[in-house]
Design a protein around this ligand. Structure first.
Ligand code: ATP
Ligand code: MG
Length: 256
């Protein structure tokens, strides 16, 4: 199983949409995929219409109970091959407990390791804050997939994210390969085109050569989480991004 952390410290750059659409594309290509919602706001779980009252079982349980198993906690979705570990609002309290509870930082990695035979890919939808949840996700991940909007402010946010990735890489003493997916791209604007050029100049081969366009069909969570395939410019771009990520994962494995 490969674990991809979908993360960016900047909010609203398309992390949750990227997690969902990449997960869908991988499942439609025949892979067994697990999506893990690590955001206390639970947008991904809402997209799948997971009821929140009472709170569902989910990712918070992994941090509380060291015997908790992903297999028992994951929920089926209408999409073949795609399962979801929902987020619970109590995740928000974890950052405070982290300091006083040794071992909490390893919980996610342990649970993912136990599930490695059941899935081909685990995609972690991270919250837009640098805290225990994001650190756990990056510590456990085989790669960082950082969606970034193509505007000048978002490029600064990406630099923060990459500095965090460097820090985690040093502390875990294992490379954390990173890939950048330009999102919400409007090629008709000068700022959009210029930001995309800058991304390529600064981060070269780490950047997917395409860009996910602004596409209103990607706002339709009901369709994106339904059983029927969704064909739109946005979903097709995500399928291409998924193939590129798979190719670069293969190249990286061969080089290792
Ligand atoms: N390519 C796109 N075209 C149009 N709308 C999009 C696209 N990508 C994402 N959106 C919309 O933009 C908003 C933010 O996207 P999303 O929730 O995926 O970002 P996020 O990075 O997960 O946000 P947060 O930091 O709050 O978790 C959502 O309303 C989503 O539907
Ligand atoms: Mg999100």
């Amino acid at each position: 199983m490969q674990t991809w952390a979908i993360a960016n410290q900047k909010g609203g750059v398309g992390k949750t949409t990227t997690t969902l659409c990449l997960g869908r594309a991988l499942a439609e290509a025949g892979a067994r995929v697990l999506l893990i919602d690590l955001d206390p706001h639970a947008s991904l779980s809402h997209a799948f219409r997971v009821p929140i009252d009472p709170p569902p079982q989910g990712s918070h349980d992994i941090f509380l109970d060291e015997e908790a198993s992903i297999e028992a906690l994951a929920l089926d979705t209408p999409i073949d091959g795609l399962r979801l570990m929902a987020a619970q609002p109590a995740l928000a309290t974890l950052e405070r407990r982290g300091a006083s509870q040794p071992g909490l930082g390893l919980s996610l990695g342990r649970a993912l390791n136990d599930a490695r035979m059941q899935y081909d890919y685990a995609l972690l939808d991270c919250p837009p804050t640098l805290g225990l949840l994001m650190v756990n996700a990056l510590a456990a991940a085989d790669r960082l997939v950082a969606p970034t909007q193509t505007d000048p402010l978002a490029l600064h946010g990406l630099d923060d994210m990459l500095r965090t990735a460097d820090m985690i890489e040093r502390s875990r003493r294992r490379p954390l390969p990173r890939q950048i997916i330009p999102t919400l791209h409007d090629r008709r604007t000068r700022a959009g085109t210029r930001s995309l050029e800058l991304l390529h100049e600064r981060h070269g081969r780490h950047v997917w050569p395409g860009a996910i366009p602004v596409d209103t069909r990607l706002r339709d969570a009901e369709a994106l989480t339904g059983a029927a395939p969704v064909h739109s410019r946005g979903t097709e771009a995500y399928a291409l991004a998924a193939s590129w990520l798979l190719d670069s994962a293969r190249t990286h494995q061969e080089a290792a």
